[in-house]
Design a protein around this ligand. Structure first.
Ligand SMILES: Nc1ncnc2c1ncn2[C@@H]1O[C@H](COP(=O)(O)OP(=O)(O)OP(=O)(O)O)[C@@H](O)[C@H]1O
Ligand SMILES: [Mg+2]
Length: 258
């Protein structure tokens, strides 16, 4: 359990009388807690090893007023741990059963989310996630032994991260639809009421990239959460575009490096 006494003083002051619940999300590099009282609810992310929390902080800060994202109540580092406290976004994550039992409505929301992200003006955006940069980061993850093959998709037929990296360098698809992307556009990172997106969270990988960065991970997440690929066409219909199997497969493979 969390020892509140060990939290940085300025953070502790904001949440000392509140109740903590650990959110178990699985793949996370950070520990996430819901922190609540009778009058307020926040989310606290704590990172104890090298990770993306500082980038998430910078991107969430840059997006204030540009996109529906949480407010940042605290970010700080103490004794090599990083801490970020966020306001709660109202609504339910898209993998919540309320949304899952309304697949058509959920797919529409996912499409609307992609449109909102694409509406963020990239002119002054300092976060470049185009393939040149993204592959540099992938290569660094390989070099530092940070690629976890145990969570690879069953369909990923590479025997080691080096051979996948080599494939990714040699088979780069054209980046002809570069926009602002979430970077980890999966159902647990999008929050919505039944008919409206209320917020985007977990923004550590956000930045400028080809739109298929988000469409591909969205389709992978739809498959995981609905147990079928049959809604892909509906998503594409809402987006007014065609399937691109090459990019779909490429961006899912690329994500194995992160
Ligand atoms: N500001 C917020 N408002 C509402 N719910 C939140 C908020 N932040 C986090 N959550 C809830 O906590 C879950 C996990 O948070 P988040 O997605 O930020 O972390 P993660 O996926 O565990 O971490 P990582 O940063 O390592 O990818 C979310 O899926 C959501 O249910
Ligand atoms: Mg998440």
């Amino acid at each position: 359990m969390l020892n509140k006494e060990k939290l940085p003083y300025d953070l502790r002051e904001k949440i000392s009388d509140m109740f903590f619940t650990r959110i178990d999300t699985g793949e996370s590099g950070a520990k996430v807690f819901k922190v609540s009282s009778d009058t307020a609810s926040y989310y606290l992310k704590i990172e104890t090893a090298a990770g993306e929390l500082e980038e998430e902080y910078q991107k969430t800060r840059w997006l204030q007023g540009k996109l529906e994202v949480p407010d940042i109540l605290y970010f700080g580092e103490e004794n090599k741990n990083k801490y970020m406290l966020l306001t709660e976004i109202n609504g339910r994550i898209l993998c919540d059963k309320e949304h899952i039992r309304n697949p058509e409505a959920a797919i529409k929301l996912l499409a609307e989310g992609l449109v909102k992200l694409g509406g963020v003006d990239t002119d002054s955006c300092p976060f470049d996630n185009r393939l040149e940069k993204k592959l540099e980061k992938a290569a660094e993850n390989v070099r530092l032994n940070r690629v976890n093959m145990t969570d690879w998709e069953e369909t990923t037929k590479f025997s080691n991260p080096e051979s996948l990296l080599n494939y990714l360098y040699k088979n780069r698809p054209p980046e002809n639809e570069v926009i602002f992307t979430h970077g980890d556009y999966c159902l647990p990172n999008i929050i919505a009421e039944l008919d409206e997106i209320t917020g985007f969270i977990d923004l550590g990988r956000a930045g400028i990239a080809d739109i298929w960065q988000d469409i591909a991970l969205c389709m992978r997440s739809m498959h995981r959460n609905f147990g079928t690929r049959k809604y892909e066409e509906l998503l594409l219909e809402y987006l007014g575009r065609k399937q691109d199997k090459e990019k779909l497969e490429y961006y899912i493979l690329l994500d194995e490096m992160f």
